[in-house]
Design a protein around this ligand. Structure first.
Ligand code: T5A
Length: 221
């Protein structure tokens, strides 16, 4: 049973995903639409948050790309089972900061994990739970990394922020590749624009995706 709407936000570092999830969630809640669940990956459950801490501290780096992909997937299985699938069954909007496309892009960027292996892993992990709509917030890596750095202040950089700019440039291409391969699901959004403009592009894609939605939800923007 699945009546909910599953929306994921993807893109490079500092692209504005968390900011836009907050905005869309607030708009949906203000419209008294369906229940709205906001969550993130890696994370979203106590076990997945523990795995997040290990991965982002770089403690799993020596496992290599496929080994890290397995850890992200283990966290994802727990997240799907405990949070995402039940929320979708209740009819909620689930807004998720990163999901399986991040594994395809980040763990696939160096090519070492093997595309077929990652595709098989994704199929087994998701077990049919796929996003209805995915926003790929696109911007040059230098802009995103600078935003992330500014927001971080004195805090340390994490496992992936520390990668070279060339790695982040490949990531950007990987996300765009995913969008080209799945145009029904993915919308590429120019994330260099001001926050308000990005939000409007996201609202309007949601209205276009679900035009026959309830009267209340039409009041979103
Ligand atoms: N990962 C994750 C994998 O390798 N494989 C996987 O399968 C998964 C799920 C997660 C890391 O794990 C990797 C990817 C990541 O490296 P994270 O801390 O969740 O780590 O990192 P991010 O998801 O990249 O989150 P960030 O917080 O860095 O970026 P956001 O959420 O995209 O950006 P946001 O909204 O926090 O904004 C950043 C700053 O920019 C400003 C904001 O105010 C904020 O200060 N901003 C804007 N400024 C100007 N114009 C705009 N339009 C702006 N929008 C936001």
């Amino acid at each position: 049973m699945r009546n909910g709407r599953f929306i994921t936000f993807e893109g490079g570092e500092g692209a504005g995903k968390s900011t836009q999830i907050r905005r869309l969630a607030a708009a949906l809640r203000a419209a008294h639409a369906r229940e709205v669940v906001t969550t993130r990956e890696p994370g979203g459950t106590p076990l997945a948050e523990r795995l997040r801490a290990i991965i982002l501290a770089g403690k799993a780096r020596d496992l290599g790309d496929f080994g890290e992909a397995l850890l992200f997937s283990a966290a994802r299985i727990d997240h799907i089972d405990r949070i995402i699938r039940p929320a979708l069954a209740r009819g909620a909007y689930v807004l998720c900061d990163r999901f399986a496309d991040s594994t395809r892009a980040y763990q696939g960027a160096r090519g070492g994990a093997g595309e077929n292996m990652l595709t098989t892993l994704e199929r087994v992990t998701l077990d049919g739970v796929r996003p209805d709509l995915t926003f790929i917030l696109d911007l040059p890596p230098e802009v995103g990394l600078a935003r992330a750095e500014k927001r971080r202040g004195q805090g340390g950089i994490d496992r992936f922020e520390g990668e070279a700019v060339a790695f982040h440039a490949v990531l950007r291409e990987k996300f765009l590749e995913i969008a080209r391969a799945e145009p029904e699901r993915c919308r590429v959004i120019d994330a260099v624009k001001p926050e308000e403009d990005v939000a409007e592009a996201i609202f309007s894609a949601c209205r276009e995706k679900w035009p026959h939605t309830s009267t209340e939800e039409k009041k979103w923007a």
